[in-house]
Write a protein that binds this ligand. Structure first.
Ligand code: N01
Length: 546
């Protein structure tokens, strides 16, 4: 690897071909940090980003009420002490604009933008076995090549809009929460329909219900949701964390989901305590708000009977909040709690007590078509001025599989992953040399505080590139055996939990025709240990060549 001066992305013309040590796809939290790390090592690096600016998820998800649901004292970069000391968050779960402001601050502080090519989509990436380089083509017809290709494309970056008959006939505006317009949308005086009740809908429904004349919520599956209990940050708590931020981060990384060391999981079964004590523990964590609730006991996600106690607790809470018993019944979920991605809310269930909010069950009476003036289900017509799809994403693999990615001998990623994603560590794929996926399927990724998962992957990749440079290796590739063992391990870990028992996006179950495979890996500390051990053993499972 030679030390080169990076060619400024802003100076690349539409036609120019660029040769780089590394191309990074995506300028969200992962791509920005990857660029910082590679630049630090003197590698010429280019980030290609389809959006007009940095931010990834936080650039696109601008729907009303969008905010983080991880405590932001943790949902932030840890790699720079000055950065983490200087930034001040306003609340426990800051809004999307505030997080985007933070990411803009990071981009400015480290002067990242000159190496990012915006408004450009990578269409294809082919590995050239003769040159050992990846050749990329963009939607502008520009071509780039690089020794390393790093996909920082996010886990939830390709919105899913279900194919519903008549959608093009609708005369009003249609929105998707994952592609919200930059300008403010005013729903005043409107009849608004929102399809879906996942995290995005649960955050946006209470806000839209304040504005719209009528809000109709089309629900296929009821959701368990725990109060977020957002509040302004406590300056004393922040001062305490900042006095030893590194220690706080280190303790978080030892937690199962890489976070919340100040609200640790209880290490005993829900069935090991008397019902009154169980209720007290659930109630205590319900009042704290947020993810600590799911750490009430150590077997909520492993033992169905324990899980039932948590599920019943939440159902009781829903019934206590929602005045109309029929509506409360419709809002009470029956599947395994925490099997789908847990949801946090601010007054979601309370919103259904408002006279202008209607809950429509589309499980028993599915949507048949969208009409010019609204939507028709199996048993009714609903007149609407605007429709919002809060229908989620083709998670974890969708964005990668939409690109034409080909490894050795022209092997297409679509073909390689036709039965679900297969890789080693969620980081590398046999047959695709010098190709890395940040928070890819098969790694803890979405089950962890995303920033923590991202930092661990970026640092692993950067260290690996250093190792290659020191040993004069040009090429790294995972062994097929390592892949087989890894995929078996990921499946075995998932099968030891209740996670594969419901229709979640973790399994790809939300996308018609997608192979049902549990994609993320449970357990951050064990994963990190594995990543470190195999490095200590000379990059076990990998083959290097020069
Ligand atoms: O999407 P989802 P999301 N007909 O897939 C329904 C992260 N996130 O955008 O459950 C009718 O969770 C679907 O119904 P069902 C977080 O990781 C984080 O809300 O499949 N309905 C469901 O109700 C989250 O998990 C934050 O039966 C259809 C909804 O649409 C992930 O992003 C905030 C349908 C989709 O829910 C995705 O969340 C927001 C159809 N054909 C999101 N297809 C933070 O706070 C789907 N649905 C950090």
């Amino acid at each position: 690897m030679t030390k080169k001066t990076a060619k400024l992305a802003s100076n690349l013309t539409e036609k120019s071909d660029g040769v780089f040590d590394a191309v990074i796809v995506g300028a969200g939290i992962a791509g920005m940090y990857m660029l910082y790390r590679l630049r630090e090592r003197g590698l010429s690096s280019l980030v290609i980003e389809m959006a007009s600016d940095v931010g990834g998820t936080w650039h696109w998800n601008r729907y009303p009420g969008a905010r983080c649901d991880t405590d932001t004292i943790e949902y932030s970069y840890s790699f720079c002490e000055e950065l983490q000391q200087e930034w001040e968050w306003s609340s426990r779960y800051p809004t999307q604009p505030e997080i985007l402001q933070y990411l803009n601050h990071v981009a400015d502080r480290f002067d990242l933008r000159p190496d990012i090519l915006f408004k450009t989509r990578v269409q294809s990436a082919h590995f050239n076995e003769v040159t050992g380089h990846w050749g990329l083509q963009t939607d502008h017809g520009t071509k780039f090549s690089a020794q390393f290709l790093i996909m920082a494309t996010g886990c939830l970056s390709t919105p899913h809009t279900p194919a519903i008959d008549g959608v093009d006939s609708f005369t009003g505006p249609i929105y998707h929460t994952g592609r919200w317009p930059h300008e403010e949308v005013d729903f005043s005086g409107q009849r608004v329909g929102i399809i879906g009740t996942g995290s995005s809908a649960v955050q946006s429904i209470p806000v839209i219900a304040q504005q719209a004349d009528q809000l109709m919520v089309f629900q296929r599956t009821a959701q368990y949701s725990v109060p977020a209990r957002n509040r302004p940050v406590d300056p004393e708590f922040v001062a305490e964390i900042k006095a030893d931020y590194a220690g706080f981060r280190a303790r978080n990384r030892l937690q199962f989901s890489g976070q919340l060391s100040h609200f640790p999981h209880n290490d005993f079964s829900a069935l090991s305590v008397e019902p009154a004590e169980r209720e007290r523990i659930y109630e205590e964590r319900w009042q704290i708000g947020g993810f600590p609730f799911f750490g009430s006991f150590n077997d909520i996600l492993r033992d169905q009977k324990s899980n039932d106690t948590a599920a019943e607790f939440v159902r009781r809470k829903i019934r206590a909040v929602v005045h109309d018993p029929k509506v409360a019944d419709m809002l009470c979920p029956t599947h395994t709690i925490a099997c789908k991605r847990p949801v946090l809310d601010s007054s979601f269930f309370e919103t259904f007590n408002q006279a202008n909010v209607l809950l429509v069950d589309i499980h028993s009476a599915p949507i048949q078509e969208i009409t010019p003036t609204g939507l028709r289900t199996a048993n009714s017509n609903y007149e609407l001025d605007s429709i919002i799809f809060a229908t989620g994403f083709d998670a974890m693999t969708g964005t990668l599989l939409r690109m034409d990615i080909r490894g050795r001998k022209g092997l297409r990623l679509q073909e390689k992953w036709s039965e679900g994603p297969r890789n080693y560590l969620g980081l590398t794929i046999p047959g695709f040399p010098n190709f890395f996926t940040v928070t890819g399927p098969g790694s803890p990724s979405v089950l962890v505080n995303m920033v923590v998962a991202i930092e661990q992957h970026v640092e692993w990749i950067a260290d690996c590139i250093d190792y290659m440079s020191e040993h004069e290796h040009r090429c790294i590739e995972a062994h097929l055996n390592a892949e087989h063992e890894w995929v078996d391990h990921v499946n075995k870990v998932a099968d030891g939990t209740l996670s594969p028992t419901c229709n979640s996006w973790y399994l790809g179950a939300n996308i018609p025709g997608k192979t049902r495979v549990y994609m993320p890996l449970h357990g951050f500390p064990a994963y990190v240990k594995k990543c470190e051990e195999l490095v200590a053993n000379g990059y076990e499972g990998f083959l290097f060549s020069s």
